[in-house]
Design a protein around this ligand. Sequence first.
Ligand SMILES: Cc1cc2nc3c(=O)[nH]c(=O)nc-3n(C[C@H](O)[C@H](O)[C@H](O)COP(=O)(O)O)c2cc1C
Length: 182
Amino acid sequence: MKLVGVAGSLAGWKTNVLIHKVLEAAKEIDSSIETELIDLRDFDVQFVNGDPLTFYNEDTFNVVNKVSNADFLIIGTPIYQASITGALKNLLDHFQVDVFKGKVTGMITSGEIDKHFLVSEYQLKPILTYLKGLVPTGNVFVHNDAFDDENEIIDEDISKRIKLLADEMIFLQKSLDNKKSH
Ligand SMILES: Cc1cc2nc3c(=O)[nH]c(=O)nc-3n(C[C@H](O)[C@H](O)[C@H](O)COP(=O)(O)O)c2cc1C
């Protein structure tokens, strides 16, 4: 079972740290889970222009395929202008509409405005659901104050919520896989 994490920030490192923590928590719960972190800053994902996927550069082709082939996913983004980053939206625009069918797609966000804790529910969740992903009830928003200057998480409650999210994602994915095999 492979869990792929997507970090949708091209600027700071908080999203990368959060995705890393979710993957780490999943491994602690079930060490047989394979994990991979895809940080969008490491790839030149081209803008969607309507061409078939094979027409895009190698990075675009590889990232789209890695995400499409994951068994389940955790998607992370900073909140930008009360929404997700353009980089993440562009990646999501590359997928076929049933790409996440039978897959759990978790969400984790960070931001500097605490009133934006529900942005993922209203901006990211509809996209993941449209792509047929199953979004867990656990939705972790992390305020910038929960990080120190080195981007370490200093709020114990966040670490607990990340573990709960990983736990729910694994439970849901195993339940879906179990249903498929019967
Ligand atoms: C262009 C831009 C727009 C932003 N808009 C918001 C916003 O609407 N709400 C919010 O809570 N934070 C906003 N922020 C703050 C970031 O979401 C926050 O600092 C985040 O933790 C950065 O994550 P990163 O370190 O992974 O890049 C914005 C930051 C930038 C650069």
